[in-house]
Design a protein around this ligand. Structure first.
Ligand code: AOF
Ligand code: ZN
Length: 358
């Protein structure tokens, strides 16, 4: 019986992924309606603000098999919603159509839902099973779940290091560690994040654009971690209209496209996460420098580290790369030219770099 459930849940997850990049900060969700071991309708949440997966699925079944709906099982990768948001509650729609059984991938931790959809269905006499392919369903929307459960953005740390484990040369000697190939990968990661963060020193020294030049998707918000308000207004990332958030310990203010957010001196990283949560920033890609990356690691506030190693470059002198705890192991690798790309996460779990961010 369980295998049957997995077969249909797999299809829900597959459908959900078709929306990658189009629904954030909402989760990706897929649904199928099954009658006598045949799919009579399927759908997924396609656009932010648009119809939910269950609505599209039921509408699909209404086209050709309306008479079967009340005798079918609905599979959906996320708990059906119970709230009036941009769309009415999916739980109500399921009840209206007299669908007798619902199989759910995982519970929705968004506080307006959070078990209320399941409860509503059960109260109406619907048979509900929760937790089929749960780990995959959670992984698919990892940023969404971390954001709602931990009340902070999903944090990815990124750096490039030499073969001898250095992330920068000494003095003005700037190391070119990554190359044109790995730059494409980095920009893909940027394109899947809601925001990119760098420290004040990195912003001043490298004068980065922090944009997403190589992929068609909106550029993430730019964040500078600048406790003492040191960065100059002439940096290139202030040109144009993109919003730049400056995390600092002095003031809250807004000036044109710059938002100053005040954070506590005592627990800067924790408070920064708290502030970004209030701004509904669901994920942050932290690109350096070494001190800022290490602060996230020391505060144990991070979810993944993406490390690019140039296998052929030795620097001998310079700044060592951030130190992850010893128990954190290499998780997956890809070789692009002379660039080795490692994905790691805190729990040594499989990390899929291509979905679920924002
Ligand atoms: C579902 N099915 O396909 C999705 C759900 O603003 P709204 O109305 O679009 O609601 C967004 C919230 O609804 C989102 O935060 C999440 O909790 C849930 N998403 N629920 O039943 C879906 N995408
Ligand atoms: Zn819904």
């Amino acid at each position: 019986m369980y295998q049957v459930h997995e077969r249909y849940m797999q299809r829900c997850l597959q459908l959900a992924k078709l929306a990658v990049g189009n629904v954030a900060p909402n989760p990706m969700v897929g649904a199928v309606l099954v009658h006598a071991d045949m799919i009579i309708g399927e759908g997924y949440h396609q656009q932010y603000g648009g119809a939910h997966a269950e609505v599209n699925c039921i509408n699909d079944a209404l086209q050709n098999h309306p008479e079967k709906i009340a005798f079918s099982t609905l599979y959906v990768s996320l708990e059906p919603c119970a709230h009036y948001g941009k769309t009415p509650p999916c739980a109500d729609l399921i009840i209206q159509h007299k669908i007798p059984e619902v199989i759910i991938g995982c519970r929705d931790s968004f506080e307006k839902v959070d078990g209320k959809g399941i409860e509503k269905l059960r109260k109406a006499g619907v048979k509900v099973t929760v937790g089929v392919m749960e780990a995959d369903a959670v992984q698919l929307n990892k940023a969404f779940f971390t954001f709602h459960q931990s009340k902070r953005p999903y944090v990815i740390l990124k750096w490039a290091e030499t073969a001898d484990g250095l992330i920068a040369g000494t003095g003005s000697n700037r190391l070119m560690i990554s190359n044109e190939y790995s730059a494409r990968v980095v920009h893909k990661w940027r394109s899947e994040s809601a925001a990119i963060m760098v420290g004040a020193n990195t912003a001043s020294k490298d004068d980065p654009l922090l944009d997403n030049r190589y992929w068609f998707s909106p550029s993430p918000k730019k964040i500078i971690f600048d406790p003492h308000l040191k960065v100059s207004a002439t940096l290139r990332l202030f040109n144009g209209n993109d919003v730049v958030i400056i995390l600092n310990t002095q003031k809250d203010a807004v000036s044109k496209n710059i938002i100053y957010l005040k954070i506590n001196k005592a627990d800067m990283i924790q408070d920064a996460m708290h502030q970004l949560f209030s701004m509904e920033i669901q994920s942050v890609f932290v690109e350096g420098g070494q001190r800022l990356l290490q602060s996230f690691i020391d505060a144990e506030i991070w979810d993944e580290a993406f490390v690019i190693t140039n296998k052929n470059l030795f620097a001998y002198n310079g700044l060592p790369s951030p130190a992850l705890a010893n128990h954190i192991k290499l998780n997956e690798q890809a070789l692009i030219g002379d660039q080795l790309i490692h994905f790691k996460n805190k729990n040594n779990q499989f990390v899929n770099a291509a979905t679920g961010l924002f």
